[in-house]
Write a protein that binds this ligand. Structure first.
Ligand code: ASP
Length: 330
C-alpha cells in the first residue's frame, strides 16, 4: 500500500516538477503564511510609512498578511543584514532606500553583500527636503547658506545613521558649503523629526514623505528640495530646489525598492513581483503617495532586471560622488 502511494506521489512530483521546474514545485502554493517585511529604520519615518502603505496593498495582491518589522540601527545596515541571512523562502522581505546603494562606499565592513539579495522591483521616488527647527534664524535658502557658513561648527544636523538618505544629504550639504556641522545620528528620522520640531536639533534632510505635513503645518522651516525640479505638491511648490539656490550635487530623489534573500526560488520571486505590480497600481495608494510629493514607480524599474540595472547605476554614481568628495568609509 505504502509503496503504491509513494509511486503515485513520485509520478505526481514528476508531472508538477515538469510544469514548475525543480525548485518551483515546493513553492507552487506560496504564500501559505504571513510574510514579514523588514524596514531597517524605526517606525513613523518615511521608510516605515512607505512599507506600511505598500504592505496594505500587497496583502490584497499577494493574498496573505504582510507584517512590517522595524529592525533599525547603523543607517539601515542591521535590518539589511537580517534579511540577507534569512531563509530564502519568500517569507522575509526587505524594503530599503538609496542607502543600500551608498552603504558599500560609506562602510569599511558591512554585515552583508549586495549579492546576498534578490531584486524585486523599485517602488517609489521622493525628493528630500532641507528643513530646520521652527526658530532657526534664517528665512530662505540664501540666508541659510550664510548662516551655515558663519556658524557651521555650532550647528547640528540630524540623520538616521551612516548610510541613511539623511546622512548622505548631510554629507553633500557639508561639502557644498565647505562647512562642518555636528552630525546627530538616530535609528530613523521619525525621532529626529520630533527633535527638530521641538527645537533640540537645528537641521535635517528629510524625505517629503515625512516632511510635507510638517512643512504644511509650519512645524518646521523648509529651505530647499532635492531633485531637478520643484515639487508640484502645494505645500512644497514654493520651496526652491537646492540647485536653484546654487548648491550643486543635489539632483537626486530618494527611492525605495523591495528585496528578498539570495536564492529565493524564481517562482516565488515572480509571484512577489507580480503582486507588487498590482499593489502599486492601487489608485488609493498612488493618490496617498502623490499628496505627499512621492512618485510611485510605473516604469521598467518595476521589473527585477530594471531594478537591478538602476541599482547598479546608482552604486556607480554614488561611489564616485563619495570618493570625489573625499569622504572616508567608517
Ligand atoms: N528617512 C530616513 C533616512 O534618512 C530613514 C527612515 O527613518 O525612514 O534614511
Amino acid at each position: 500500500m505504502w509503496i503504491k502511494q509513494a509511486a503515485s506521489r513520485a509520478a505526481t512530483l514528476c508531472i508538477v516538477g515538469g510544469i514548475f521546474g525543480a525548485s518551483g514545485y515546493a513553492y507552487a502554493e506560496y504564500p501559505e503564511k504571513p510574510v514579514t517585511l523588514v524596514v531597517p529604520f524605526v517606525a513613523g519615518g518615511p521608510s516605515d510609512k512607505i512599507a506600511r502603505d505598500v504592505a496594505e496593498s500587497l496583502r490584497k495582491s499577494l493574498g496573505t498578511t504582510v507584517v512590517v518589522e522595524n529592525t533599525a540601527g547603523a543607517g539601515g545596515t542591521i535590518g539589511t543584514a537580517r534579511v540577507a541571512r534569512a531563509n530564502p523562502d519568500g517569507y522575509t522581505l526587505l524594503i530599503h532606500h538609496i542607502g543600500l546603494a551608498t552603504a558599500p562606499a560609506l562602510y569599511k565592513k558591512l554585515g552583508y553583500k549586495t549579492s546576498d539579495l534578490e531584486f524585486l522591483g523599485l517602488i517609489n521616488e521622493a525628493p528630500s527636503t532641507l528643513i530646520g527647527k521652527p526658530d532657526l534664524p534664517p528665512n530662505g535658502l540664501p540666508e541659510l547658506r550664510k548662516f551655515i557658513t558663519e556658524n557651521g561648527g555650532k550647528l547640528n544636523l540630524a540623520n538616521a545613521g551612516v548610510g541613511s538618505a539623511s546622512h548622505l544629504c548631510g554629507l553633500l550639504l557639508q561639502g557644498a558649503l565647505k562647512s562642518n556641522m555636528t552630525f546627530v545620528p538616530y535609528k530613523g528620522t521619525a525621532p529626529a523629526m520630533s527633535d527638530i520640531m521641538g527645537g533640540q536639533v537645528d537641521l535635517m534632510c528629510e524625505q517629503a514623505t515625512n516632511s510635507t505635513p510638517q512643512i504644511e503645518a509650519r512645524k518646521v522651516k523648509a529651505y530647499g528640495v532635492t531633485g531637478a525640479q520643484r515639487s508640484m505638491v502645494p505645500a512644497l511648490a514654493s520651496i526652491p530646489t537646492l540647485s536653484e539656490g546654487g548648491l550643486s550635487g543635489f539632483n537626486f530623489t530618494v527611492w525605495h525598492g523591495l528585496y528578498a534573500p539570495h536564492a529565493t526560488p524564481v517562482a516565488v520571486l515572480e509571484k512577489i513581483n507580480k503582486a507588487l505590480r498590482v499593489a502599486l497600481k492601487d489608485t488609493a495608494l498612488v493618490k496617498r503617495e502623490e499628496a505627499l510629493g512621492i512618485t510611485v514607480v510605473a516604469d521598467d524599474r518595476l521589473s527585477p532586471a530594471g531594478h537591478k540595472k538602476f541599482f547598479n547605476d546608482e552604486v556607480t554614481r554614488w561611489s564616485k560622488v563619495i570618493k570625489d568628495a573625499g569622504i572616508q568609509p567608517e
